[in-house]
Design a binder for this molecule. Structure first.
Ligand code: FAD
Ligand code: PYC
Length: 416
C-alpha cells in the first residue's frame, strides 16, 4: 500500500494535487477468475477485500456497471448503529459496528466515523413501552442502549420541540451512544484501495448481462465486455438483486423501491448525532460540512427510478419541521434517491443460493450501509469455505421456505 511521508504530502499539496497516483488500477478483464463479484458497492468491495486479506483468494474481479460506490453506498444517509431487536440481527450488526470502530486503522483511510449517538423518539405511552422493551432487550444482549426522559432529550438536542404543545409531543426516547455516522464514499474508496492493493481487479463500466449455469453449477458471467469464467460468483447489487438473480433462474422475495433524502444549506454545528422518529417517519442529522440531512420512508410503490417523488419529500419535511420548528428557515440544496431491495422481513438475504457456486448479498433494504464491514467479512468466509459464516446462518434464503423470518421492520429506522 502506498504510504506518504510528510514531505511527499507537502509536495503533492504544493503541486496543486496534480501528481497523485490513482488509488486503484483500471485493468482489462481477464478471461477467468476464481471469484467474480457483481457490484462494486460497499458490500461487493468489502467482500473482495476480505477474500484477499483473510482467505488469500486474490484472483478476484469486482464487476461494476457504472462507477464504484455509485449505487446506494454513495447515496445513503450514513447511519451506523446496532440497535436491532432479534439476537441474530443484533449479533451481526454489533459485530459490524465494532469493525467500523477500527475500520480507519484497518484500511489506513479515514472513514470519518462519528459516534454522536442515534436517538429514537417516543411520542406516546405505548411508544415508550415498546422502546423500553427494545432497550432492555439490547442491554441483555450486551449492546449499549439507554432510555432518556424528555428533559434529558431537551438538553441533548435543544432544537427539538420538547414542549407539551408540540404537534408530536416527545414523551422520551432511547439512545445508542455508539451509533452515529461515517463517510459513505470513504468506506467504498477505502475497501476498493485495500482490495486493489491485494491484487483484486475492480472493473468499472462492465455490466453483467447474464449468468451461465450448467447442471446446477455456476460457470461464469456474460458482460458488456465479454464472457468471464468463474467457479464462484457473488451477487451484491442492492436495488437490482431480483433482476440479476433472475439471470441464474432464481426468484427472490424482494421488492425494489426508491428511498430518498435531502440536505439543506450548511449551518454551524447545532445537532448531535442522529434523531429518528418512527411516528412521523423522519430522521435528521448534520453532516461534517454543516448541512442538515433529512430522510423519510420509502416511496410507496415499487420502482427502479433513482428519483423519488415530491409528495413524500413534502410529507417528510412537514414532519421534520414539526419536530424542529427552527429548521423552517433553512434552504434545501439537494434531493436524491436510491433503489433499495426490501425483503418480506426487512432482514438481509446473504449466503449460498440453490445454484452451486452462486452466492448472494442483498435485501439490505434501507439499512445495509452499517452492515458493509460484517457483510463483506461474512460473505468472504462463505465464498471461501462454501459454508455460511455462523453470523449469517439465519439470513439465508432457506428461511423463506422454513418460515423462520427475522422481522426487523420496526427496527429499520425508516418506514417501508
Ligand atoms: P450498492 O452500493 O447499491 O452497490 C451495488 C452496485 O451494483 C451498484 O454500484 C450498481 O451499479 C451495481 N450493479 C447493479 N447491477 C449490476 C449489473 N448487472 N452488473 C454490474 N454491476 C451492477 N443504510 C444504512 O445502514 N444507514 C443509512 O443511513 C442508510 N440510508 C440510506 C438512505 C438512502 C437514501 C438510501 C438509498 C439507502 C440508505 N441505506 C442506509 C441503505 C444502504 O445504502 C444500502 O443498503 C447499501 O449501500 C447497499 O450496499 P451494496 O453494496 O449492497 O449496494
Ligand atoms: O438503517 O439506520 C438505518 C437508517 C437510517 C436512515 C436510513 N437507514
Amino acid at each position: 500500500m502506498e504510504k506518504y511521508s510528510l514531505l511527499q504530502l507537502a509536495k503533492h499539496a504544493l503541486s496543486g494535487h496534480r501528481h497523485w497516483p490513482p488509488a486503484w488500477r483500471s485493468p482489462e478483464p481477464k478471461q477467468s477468475y476464481d471469484v467474480v463479484i457483481i457490484g462494486a458497492g460497499g458490500h461487493g468491495l468489502a467482500s473482495a477485500y476480505y477474500l484477499a486479506k483473510k482467505h488469500g483468494i486474490s484472483n478476484v474481479a469486482v464487476l461494476e456497471k457504472g462507477w464504484l460506490g455509485g449505487g446506494n453506498t454513495g447515496r445513503n444517509t450514513t447511519v451506523v448503529r446496532s440497535n436491532y431487536f432479534y439476537p441474530q440481527s443484533t449479533h451481526f450488526f454489533e459485530h459490524s459496528l465494532k469493525l467500523y470502530e477500527s475500520l480507519s486503522r484497518e484500511l489506513n483511510y479515514n472513514v470519518m466515523l462519528s459516534q454522536g449517538g442515534v436517538l429514537t423518539l417516543g411520542h406516546s405511552r405505548h411508544d415508550m413501552e415498546i422502546l423500553e422493551r427494545w432497550s432492555n432487550s439490547l442491554q441483555l444482549q450486551g449492546v449499549d442502549a439507554e432510555m432518556m426522559t424528555t428533559e434529558q432529550i431537551r438538553r441533548h438536542t435543544p432544537l427539538l420541540d420538547t414542549s407539551r404543545a408540540a404537534r408530536y409531543p416527545i414523551w422520551g426516547g432511547f439512545i445508542q451512544h455508539r451509533g452515529g455516522v461515517a463517510r459513505h464514499d470513504a468506506v467504498a474508496w477505502a475497501y476498493a484501495r485495500g482490495a486493489d492493493d491485494r491484487g483484486v481487479d475492480i472493473i468499472q463500466n462492465c455490466q453483467v448481462t447474464g449468468i451461465r449455469t450448467s447442471a446446477g453449477r455456476v460457470q461464469g458471467v456474460e458482460t458488456g465486455r465479454g464472457y468471464i469464467r468463474a467457479d464462484k460468483v457473488a451477487i451484491a447489487v442492492a436495488g437490482h438483486s431480483s433482476t440479476v438473480a433472475a439471470m441464474a433462474g432464481l426468484k427472490l422475495p424482494i421488492v425494489s423501491q426508491s428511498l430518498q433524502a435531502v440536505v439543506s444549506e450548511p449551518v454551524k454545528p447545532c445537532l448531535n448525532g442522529v434523531v429518528l422518529s418512527g411516528l412521523v417517519h423522519a430522521y435528521v442529522s448534520q453532516s461534517d460540512r454543516g448541512e442538515i440531512l433529512i430522510g423519510g420512508g420509502t416511496d410507496r410503490y415499487p420502482s427502479y427510478g433513482q428519483r423519488g417523488n415530491l409528495p413524500l419529500v413534502e410529507e417528510t419535511l412537514a414532519a421534520t419541521l414539526n419536530l424542529f420548528p427552527r429548521f423552517s428557515r433553512l434552504k434545501l440544496m439537494r434531493q436524491w434517491a436510491g433503489t433499495v431491495d426490501i425483503s418480506p422481513d426487512s432482514s438481509p438475504i446473504i449466503g449460498k443460493t440453490p445454484v452451486a457456486g452462486l452466492y448472494i448479498s442483498g435485501g439490505w433494504g434501507t439499512g445495509g450501509f452499517k452492515a458493509i464491514p460484517a457483510g463483506g467479512e461474512t460473505l468472504a468466509h462463505t465464498i471461501a469455505s462454501d459454508r455460511p459464516h455462523p453470523l449469517i446462518e439465519a439470513f439465508g434464503l432457506q428461511r423463506f421456505v422454513d418460515g423462520a423470518l427475522i422481522d426487523e421492520g420496526a427496527a429499520a429506522g425508516v418506514a417501508h
